[in-house]
Design a protein around this ligand. Sequence first.
Ligand code: CTP
Length: 408
Amino acid sequence: MDIKGRSVVVGVCGGIAAYKVVEVVSRLKKMGAEVDVIMTANAQKFVAPLTFRSLSHRPVVTDMFSDPEYWDIKHVSLAQKADLFIVAPATANIIGKLAAGIADDMLSTTLVATKAPVLIVPAMNHDMYSNAVVQRNIETLKELGYIFMEPDTGRMAEGSSGKGRLPEPSAIVEKAVSILKPARDLEGIRMIVTAGPTRENIDPVRYISNYSSGKMGYAVAQAAHERGADVLLISGPVELEGPDGVRLIRTSTAEEMEEAVLGNFENCDMVIMAAAVADYRPAEVSGTKIKKNDDEMVLRLRKNPDILKKLGTIKGNRTLVGFSAETDNLAENAAKKLESKNLDMIVANDVTMEGAGFGTDTNIVRMIKRDGTVVVLPLMSKLSVAHRILDEVRGMAAGSGQGSGNGQ
Ligand code: CTP
């Protein structure tokens, strides 16, 4: 299972087993996950934040009120960003706080704010673990959808033996990977995804295009395929390889892309248009290389077909999702496009923000739905953004089974 680019937040509490979580973070990182670590004040008495920082290559969050160095401001951004939250070692204290809804430090606050599945890996003295209140709290949390791993039985740090040891790091990682595995909630959905720029020829050696890398659309295609959709990716010229299991049609101009999309539209349930289609093309394409003559040269342009707008007029009960790359008035412009193109949802990003837009592996988007609902996401990998988009649209497609939810 590929967990590359998935976001895992690891909450480390104060217990001797904290040192074993170093290995968990290291393994997840080696598998390509993006790992953020939050440590409680007591955890820092067992392991230095620097250890986790060196392994995760990211700042370790230790204090709710310290200046964030280079992750975005609010504690909620980690809560929103997480595809999976792991609490290990989970002490009786954090389990009790979570069961009671107490949010009094960075870890408990972020846990209360997250919608990601939460994997809790308790480790504590076996008398504490078997305590009736602790067990009641665990049951309460299980009923609410929190996922627990059973502690191992064996010799404890203080010498006695019993149930309460942290499971082996490999077992924790295995469990994490199984939770991250995408639900097959798009089975039976036939989906067209477009990606990349279009290239509008001027003459045999020149063209007009834009900076789109295709990464966002390719991530959507990959994520949809992982979730069981039958995906046709229609791509403009990009450097990327098509994701495994996805049918790929390569196109160059907007007109070619339009032809490919319209030719496959009838047999699809959903279209996600992530392509950055050039709005204009040269009015005439010269058959021979244009020579430089005068100091100035005028290139006359003609409007390209608006593919998505056309789909909006013939959509039937299909689901249409557009993208909106903006440099200003993001929400307003995106909402207008949602309306004018008859879309079900639009994914808007401000391409001027660092970490968002063309070429990067990350994106910062907000999703605006037809009913006016707005979902704002923090800086995330494009693959995680792709999954969030699919989470929003999975129930919209005609004939879709409502997929399984995420933990709670
Ligand atoms: N789109 C399209 N055909 C076009 C232009 C855009 O299908 N000729 C699609 C894009 O794939 C995207 C959405 O429409 O999903 C929004 O594209 P964008 O270029 O941001 O919006 P425009 O409608 O072209 O408006 P403007 O360029 O004025 O911002």
